[in-house]
Design a protein around this ligand. Structure first.
Ligand SMILES: CC(C)(COP(=O)(O)OP(=O)(O)OC[C@H]1O[C@@H](n2cnc3c(N)ncnc32)[C@H](O)[C@@H]1OP(=O)(O)O)[C@@H](O)C(=O)NCCC(=O)NCCS
Length: 173
């Protein structure tokens, strides 16, 4: 397994709070399910294109069994009541050589503090190191925070609209 499986970084948000950004671990199962339970219907819809609260065992396996080569997942961790809690994360899945699809999710109370932007910075750096040239994403047209995170990433961005989604592409090199 790639050394990305041990990825660990820290970020300070604009309000001074510290967050940890680290590789997803196989033992994060309960924490991920807890984060979904704390997410609003709108956030789940924006992430999964449906209000998805329950996941089948194969779906959970897919989310947790990450090889850190073709599938890389990072989580954002904050301290709540003195203990570390996963409040969201991001992942990419390689869809063809040099190209990976990304997705993000943060529980609502932690949105709008720059964590999505920080997650993209870290994920894009990992992707570039792995030789990935393009990140793609499907974003609902009204998902302004996600579109802003992509627009302000500093990477050249293109987008195509269809009836359901905005297809975003970021050129990493
Ligand atoms: C979409 C999502 C991941 C964005 O993360 P976030 O932490 O809320 O977004 P951020 O705080 O990093 O970015 C939003 C704000 O920061 C600004 N910003 C984003 N990237 C920036 C950057 N690189 N530099 C400076 N500012 C930036 C934006 O302008 C925006 O400003 P605003 O507060 O005035 O609107 C999060 O809102 C979420 O999980 N939503 C629900 C699930 C979802 O939509 N998933 C997407 C599926 S692909």
């Amino acid at each position: 397994m790639s050394e990305v499986a041990h990825y660990l970084a820290f970020e300070t948000l604009h309000d001074g709070r510290r967050i940890e950004i680290r590789a997803l671990r196989p033992d994060d199962r309960a924490a991920l399910i807890a984060a979904v339970a704390r997410s609003s219907a709108q956030s789940l819809y924006r992430r999964f294109f449906e209000i998805k609260r329950h996941f089948t065992e194969p779906e959970i396996e897919f989310f947790l069994n990450v090889d850190f080569v073709n599938h890389v997942a990072l989580v954002a961790v904050v301290e709540e009541n003195g203990r570390p809690v996963i409040i969201g994360g991001t992942r990419y899945v390689v869809v063809q050589p040099g190209k990976a699809e990304v997705a993000f999710a943060l529980i609502d109370q932690y949105q709008g503090h720059g964590i999505g932007a920080a997650l993209l910075r870290h994920l894009a750096a990992i992707a570039r190191n792995a030789g990935i040239e393009e990140l793609i994403a499907e974003v609902l047209p009204d998902n302004i925070p996600m579109l802003k995170v992509f627009e302000m990433s500093g990477f050249p961005m293109s987008r195509k609209h269809d009836f359901q989604a905005v297809h975003v592409s970021l050129r990493l090199r």
